[in-house]
Design a protein around this ligand. Sequence first.
Ligand SMILES: [Mg+2]
Length: 724
Amino acid sequence: MPRLLIVSNRLPITVRLAEGGAVSVEPSTGGLATGMKGPHERLGGLWIGWPGDLERLPDGARREVDRRLAELRLAGVPLSADEIARYYEGYSNAILWPLFHYSVARLPNEVSGFDTYEQVNARFADEVAARWQPGDLVWIHDYQLMLVPAMLRERVPDARIGFFLHIPFPSSEIFRLLPQRERLLEGLLGADLLGFHTATYLRHFASAALRLVGATTEVDRLRWQGREVRMGVFPMGIDAAHFSALASSPEVEELVASHRREGHQLLLGLDRLDYTKGIQRRLLAFEALLRAHPELTRKVRLVQVAVPSRENVEAYRELREEVDALVGRIHGEFATPDWSPIHYLYRGLSQAEIVALYRATDAVLVTPLRDGMNLVAKEFVAARSDGDGVLVLSEFAGAAAEMTEALLVNPYDVQRTAEVFYQALTLPEEERRTRLALLRERVMTRDVHAWAKDFIARLEQAAAKPASPALSPPGALRQALERARQAERLALLLDYDGTLVPFAATPELAAPDAALLALLRRLASRRGTEVHLVSGRRRATMERWFALLPVGLFAEHGFWGRLPGGGWTAATAAPPLTWREPVLAILREFSDRTPGTLIEEKTAGFAWHYRSADPEYGAAQAKELTLHLRSLIGDLPLEILPGDMVLEVRPRGVNKGLAVAEVRARAAADTLLLAMGDDRTDEDLFAALPAGAIAIHVGPSPSRAELRISGVRAARALLGELLA
Ligand SMILES: [Mg+2]
């Protein structure tokens, strides 16, 4: 069994200083603490996180805390009050929290605190790296630590890293508002496995990664910097058996009896006091219910528990005042001398008190505006071992993705929510029991222990996947470079786009820069060296850009060739024209309905570029277009070639291999060939090389070339070294 290093903002403990200076370190009981307890005990290893504010503890007490932490296998990352203010209360809770919950209006005009967020994340990464041993699994939790996966990857390249996001991942249109959006995505992409509560969050993340940093996704995995990152859906559960057992304890039974009154119905709201929880709209819906159903006067009561939270953050203080005022108003309008419609508690309750309320209530109202999962819904279901009770659940809680037997509401629709509250109060017993039984079956089996086990098993799998194509070791490259340097005669066959220049939004914009032109000129005048550019581009473009250089040009994947200073010749007869019109008609149709795409007409074929289209829509249209073209082409001697954000249609047999044949036919027999390219069309180039030639693939995609370098910059550097 591998060791497990758990990493979270907060360690699962509470440190208390008693009178007389004695200090106590008590384990806490949050959802995460409960879920991680088993793996933490079973797998050994450590839990790394902030132990809480220990700055004011006297020295002796500090030493006692350290001793207790070591005993519990916890490693503290101490944070100063200023760091907590900027990293935790600031960037995490005043920027990321509202944005990820779609509360865009709550963002401050100036987004600050990222520098501290970054420093604190680096401290966590340092601490994990210092504790890491070969074979360890690392599981990082939540939005406070989104940079840690990549930071740890940098420090420990072969670490096995998982990350779980406990809050929603917003639509990419919302996420992209963040000034540090790319940094956060790149931080997360350092992981081997990224876990989310729902498939929707996973899709939002994949879409953001594609649109903002160009990471292409295949269902549940994406490629990033030559690595594969897996993504998974892991709806978090609760310690269901514990809640179920507690619900039938004598202590709870007694409390339940005290809450129930004959002929009266009870509704329950239980939340951390947070603006994402929809408490105000819930109160308004309750008010609408009382207004629409005067017969409920004296018959129904709402117990609303608001657990104090983040009291140092301004937005939370304002929220508290708003809720107070609303409760007061409704109370003032509806209360009678012997009845209060709302029983409002602003404090935390013991677990037994909470479970007693779950048991006593007729319906629990879980109506957040946005919630990563919401465990109250699951705790309620687990606590109802009596098989009765109604769950009213917001569509915008992650839990709604799996708890479809609840009465689902859109909390923004206050009138309709009021009607659903009424439905909950009047639901026939048989239907209540049927719905709850289905909910219970899932909550009891898909508990927090299963959740943790699943994630850890998937992390082991994800990290065990075969290594993706690695860059060639410096030694191998140096050896090839030395052979090229020593060769009497050397012919370079170089692809252009993606090899010598990065891709531009429009192909016409990828013109060669002065540094590249100078490099090519110097290479071409090097003793015994000839340079050939082998591209899929049209003759006219190649000529405009390179006619003044003493280099060979091959356009349209070798269909056209031109020696330095000479004229263009075709490698084969021009293909029959009969197929051009129908193919062009389909391409035009797809271009018209896919904004941002363009058609490039060539002598021997066509290219359909979709680099500037919406990345998801463009890729889907390219797939669709391929199907259409296939059926049109039938037996014609044509082929469809998918390139990097481009589809090529061209005569079969016209490929970059033609250029190799042409160069070899004219060169001395002992000429060493060195070819470089980045996409599928360059594989024909590599395949046509004679034995002993040097093939270098540029970038992360699969290739038959025996050498691989990272990108355009590395390609130019390598060519530069030939001149050294
Ligand atoms: Mg290319």
